[in-house]
Ligand binder design. Structure first.
Ligand code: 9MR
Length: 535
């Protein structure tokens, strides 16, 4: 093992200049001189990364493969080993893309972790469909699961050293701890133990994991502990529990991570930090604030957080099977599309010019980073002071852009399948609001529990979707509501205004919440209502 300390010190001293520099000689060049990330943890745990498909197929990404080879000791296919990629049609197995990664990893001395055998996402519909077009009977679904696991694990036996067998099967409601998925609905709760046993039989040498997100949440942890207890009793104990560890600079606190990590390890499994990354946004923040660049104080704050998390992992190294980053290149991290599609996040270790960020040094040498820069003060974006405004006129409708509300933890956002637009118009002494919703999760129709609320002149007015005003429109439907405006409002020419749309998500525990002006979560009067001008 190479000792990285002297490099790291030089790196630390060079850091301020690197942060400020505009263009390096060539992208990724400095990374090829920085000492290896995984060597820094050679005495603790393996350090790996997810790899997107095109890094292997598009020659433009060749320098990134060099970076991965230097800094990581294992890889995970970001998408290529998911069910829809490996068996898109029944009996048609397509291993080409996954094989390409495994071949490359083997040729370069990196190990491969398999992701994932059973998930509710990225699994084709045919898996759950019966011969008559209805739901597959349990025996058929069981047989398909068996065939998939045997074929996939058989194909990669000896080349993929372990698998995420059960992915995201938990809820954060310990009273109802298992995700309501088609697996659960058709097979019942035993499917989890059965799947682990199938995987064990298919490749007895592979390590088997249960993998999930949000694991620092004590409720989610309680669900996991319940599952592990049950799997243990059913002789289907996994070897590993994967804490995905998609975090933000603001959440969760290190103590919560430590608490979950130790509680999971106490059940006898080892813990994998399986999908590490760190968004620079608070979960409730939907603004696109750092499109041009990541402000330096925020880059340093992110690094400080990463350093403290890495120090925790080192303290818990005996319980940690591996640490896998889910997207170290800022421009190719999934957070750029979640929870806000197309927003620029900076969740990785390497910036958009191919240079190591402060986060890179902090990940590699937390002590060196903290000695040089820590403690870094928390950095918060400034909120705009002015409330949003909208003008409505009789002859020209106005359009509102709704933002996702700061949401409770179970709230889901699935913008791809949901479109909501709002049009406001003046009609005599009334305000007309027309809401167009296309919600493909509900065959284009709004659920009965959908509620539109309009805040006008100090009061919310609620309209649920079971009112007759809903009418079909295009692919979706439209709700048109009319609110009388009092003479004093018309006289004043402006009024405190907000508009909110909420609907149940496909997952029964989730809700969609969109609001125009006040995007802080709460049922009461908006703290920051907007202004409606009557022109
Ligand atoms: O990073 C993956 C992204 O490219 C895919 O579009 C997405 C599809 O669902 O899956 C992402 O990876 C997920 C992983 O497979 C399971 N845990 C959550 C990850 C981020 O969504």
């Amino acid at each position: 093992m190479r000792n990285s300390n002297s490099h790291a010190v030089v790196f630390a001293l060079a850091l301020p200049a690197m942060v400020a520099a505009s263009e390096p000689a060539a992208p990724h060049e400095s990374l090829m001189h920085a000492s290896s990330l995984h060597h820094a943890y050679a005495d603790a745990f393996p350090v790996g990364t997810a790899v997107p498909r095109d890094f292997l197929t598009d020659r433009a990404y060749a320098p990134r493969l060099d970076v991965i080879r230097r800094h990581f000791d294992h890889v995970v296919a970001e998408n290529e080993m998911k069910w829809e990629r490996l068996q898109p049609e029944e009996g048609v197995f397509t291993f080409e893309e996954a094989d390409r990664l495994v071949d490359w990893a083997e040729a370069n001395g990196l190990r491969v972790w398999g992701h994932t055998l059973l998930w509710h996402n990225q699994v084709p519909d045919w898996v759950f469909e019966g011969p008559d077009g209805g739901e597959a009977p349990p025996a058929l679904l069981r047989e398909r699961l068996h065939t998939h696991i045997e074929t996939v694990m058989g194909h990669f036996r000896g080349r993929v050293y372990g698998w995420d067998v059960l992915n995201e099967v938990l809820t954060s409601d310990p009273a109802d701890p298992f995700r309501d998925s088609r697996w659960l609905r058709i097979l019942g709760e035993d499917y989890m133990a059965e799947t682990i046993r199938l995987a064990r039989a298919a490749d007895p040498d592979a390590l088997l994991a249960v993998n999930d997100y949000g694991m620092s949440n004590p409720d989610k942890l309680a669900s996991a502990l319940h599952l592990l207890e049950r799997l243990g009793a059913e002789e289907a104990m996994p070897d590993i529990f994967g804490m995905q560890s998609h975090m933000s600079v603001y959440w969760p606190p290190v103590e919560m991570i430590e608490n979950s990590l130790r509680a999971l390890a106490a059940t006898g499994v080892r813990v994998a930090i399986s999908e590490f990354d760190m968004s620079v946004y608070d979960w409730t923040d939907t603004a696109d604030r750092y499109r041009e660049a990541l402000p330096e104080p925020l880059a340093l704050f992110q690094a400080d957080r990463i350093a403290r998390v890495m120090q925790l992992y080192r303290r818990c190294a005996a319980d940690i099977e591996r640490v896998t980053h889910w997207g170290p290149f800022d421009d190719r991290n999934w957070k750029n599309n979640f929870p806000v599609e197309g927003r620029r996040d900076h969740a990785g270790l390497i910036d958009r010019h191919g240079r190591p960020k402060p986060a890179f040094l902090a990940f590699q040498s937390p002590g060196v980073f903290l000695a040089a820069f820590g403690p870094v003060p928390e950095w918060r974006p400034e909120e705009p002071e002015t409330a949003p405004e909208v003008s409505v006129r009789a002859d020209r409708p106005a359009y509102l852009r709704l933002s996702q509300l700061a949401v409770p933890p179970n709230t889901l956002v699935d913008r791809g399948r949901l479109r909501v637009s709002v049009e406001l118009a003046l009609a005599g002494d009334a305000l007309e609001a027309a809401l167009d919703v296309t919600d493909t999760r509900w065959n284009g129709r709004a659920s009965d529990e959908t509620v539109l609320r309009v805040y006008l002149d100090g009061k919310w007015h609620a309209f649920s979707a079971d009112v007759p005003e809903w009418e079909a429109s295009g692919e979706g439907e439209r709700l048109r509501v009319r609110l009388a405006l009092s003479p004093h409002v018309i006289e004043a020419g402006e009024i405190a205004f907000d508009l909110e749309w909420r609907a149940p998500a496909a997952d029964p525990r989730g809700t969609y919440l969109l609001r125009w002006a006040d995007t802080a979560y709460g049922d009461d009067a908006p703290e920051r209502a907007g202004v409606l001008r009557l022109d």
